[in-house]
Write a protein that binds this ligand. Sequence first.
Ligand code: BG6
Length: 500
Amino acid sequence: MNGRPEPVLITIFGANGDLAKRKLIPALFNLYHEKMLPESFRIIGVGRRGDRDSWVADMREGVDKFSRRGKPDEEEWKTFSDRMQFLFGNLEDPALYKAVSKVVADDEKELGRNINRIYYLSIPPGLISQAVKGLDGAGLSKNRQHDRVVIEKPFGRDLESAEDLNKQVMEAFEECQVYRIDHYLGKETVQNLLAFRFGNALFEPIWDRRYIDHVQITVAEDVGVEKRGAFYETAGALRDMIQNHLLQVMCMIAMEPPVSFEADEVRNKKVDVLRAVRSIPHGELYKYAVRGQYGAGYSCGEVAKAYRQEEGVDPQSSTETYAALKLYVDNWRWQDVPFYLRTGKRLPHKVSQVSIEFKPVPHQIFPGTAGDHWEPNRLIINIQPKEGIVLRFQAKQPGKGMRLQTVNMDFYYDEAFHVEPPEAYETLLYDVMQGDSTLFMRADQEHVAWSLIDPILQAWTNTPSADFPNYPAGTWGPEAGEALIARDGRSWHSMPVDTH
Ligand code: BG6
């Protein structure tokens, strides 16, 4: 991160919510601790519960529990929290935005005019257009340079609603003022994909269909839907994870080199990938997309209930908690190289990983027995929990005769840099303050990502799955997920718990 941003006023709508408590305030506090917040800043929480004191106490609990640094120093927390204000109000009430506008004006008197004003909408998707209209109506969107709005995912729930929402956002703000969050893009290892690919001469020449057999992207979670059942019922794995996080990671792997590290340069190249994704042939969806829902089972050694038994979930629910896709990117670099994507809740453990499998050697010179344990070269990019990169290749086993064995050459963040990488939200909030939108979704990216997913969503909605639940909690998903890749003579790479 480069230096301290200009003075800023951050207004969080949805201040009583989980995101503010688990992520936003801990991230802002860590930035403060690292002197990455400006000297002059204010945080205004807008919520529908309690008052300033109860809100600050609740946020403090969030920092204690969820901050990567653990409990804060009392003195430091005090100076930070002295800058926290609270506004009680209902997002549907225009008076709320007038009140925000008054607080903003008062704070500006102290901090100076033309400071940056960030409006963070951490609110249910159905309220976003209301909030954007409210901000606009109160004159809080007018300054192209200083007024910025941050919109949490999901941005819409299908192509049509995303388009509608975008229209409304664009009536109030200009594209350069809008920061659509996909927190995966703030993860250190995801950003490192760009450094790895474009900061090294070694890999780029082999980064294509001539050398790469296929790519696997896995984002597995051991948790179920926790307390978010009611929300998750309206989402499902395809909307919640694939439309955004997994497709964005895929873009980082598949994009062409940008001309520079400018926000729009990078985003143009990413959008090109999505535009090149092949449409799924009519009537062949089952070969390209698989869904699953967890039943009862065991997760991390404990009994886990079925999705349909979770709080807020319809006991007949047909919402998928697992989704896997096979995609092709139709361009010169990637023609006919499959990208397998999978994600799910209540899988055996939490891991996010990209695994790139290279083609086998063109001719084996060693006797058959030498290669009993032979496997193709693989590049594994661990996004979490143990951030790092591993290259797997063949080495001669010590001893007489020639026997090959696969070994690892690895790089791990904590060992190489001896620092803990920042949380995604720290990076993203800092970037909004700096006005850098490289790691945020542009309207056209959202559009094309939804266009890709929409036909699958529609097909799945029209034909609810007859076999749900189809995988027990604590397993790697339904059999159909294995079949999706096995049909091509491949298999999902195993993901042992990282005990490195
Ligand atoms: C969110 C999803 O975007 O990402 C959640 O809505 C999911 O359902 C979360 O649990 C996973 O994020 P992370 O950073 O824990 O991998």
